[in-house]
Design a protein around this ligand. Sequence first.
Ligand SMILES: O=C(O)c1ccccc1NCC(=O)[C@H](O)[C@H](O)COP(=O)(O)O
Length: 220
Amino acid sequence: MNPSRTLFRTRIKFCGFTRPGDVRLACELGADAIGFVFAAGSKRRVAPEEARAMRQALAPLVDAVALFADNPVEEVREVVRQVRPSLLQFHGNEDDAYCRGFGVPYLKAIPMGGELATQHPSALLMRFPGAAGFLFDSHAEGGSGGSGNTFDWKRIPVGVQKPFVLAGGITPDNVFEAILATLPWGVDVSSGIESAPGLKDGDKMRQFVEEVRRADCHVE
Ligand SMILES: O=C(O)c1ccccc1NCC(=O)[C@H](O)[C@H](O)COP(=O)(O)O
């Protein structure tokens, strides 16, 4: 066990599902959260009806997360109505009032290739006081998530007083190192567990979970 994080368990979010069978397998393998992408232009974008069917494949105690990037309010409302996500995740230029407006806890994705990344942690908290946490991802402002690219983990603001999730180019091969380097609340992966965009690979999901467990038990 890492002595700086007594009894800590890194949460695992697998993102960008398009098939109910993949959702079932991810839950069996130990995912804590499953993400559905509703961002326009994403190769992993699903309709609310498809996400609703996949949500029904979720095991108990696994969260459904709905992802958006500057979607119209009506689209988000429709997803909330049909899918009943337990968490929303916003990747665009949404402000706190917009993100809070749906009555569901939210994560704000911070584009680590952009200007928001250089802000002092207190500025992030002031800008998004209603956020349940932050997700640090590799894209630039206006860019899309799910790129499979990493960013320089040293750029993560130190002292953010809310849980943060590490995303961007994490794979079974680097997640152990990523966790030890950044001590995140959780890790989020999409491309790194796929055989093609939206199609999850059982072996990669299993290896990813094993590597997270190994990091959580690691003694330095
Ligand atoms: O996955 C997408 O296609 C996507 C599109 C637009 C906004 C966000 C998107 N995904 C966000 C995620 O949570 C991804 O899991 C995260 O960016 C990490 O992706 P990857 O680098 O592929 O692991």
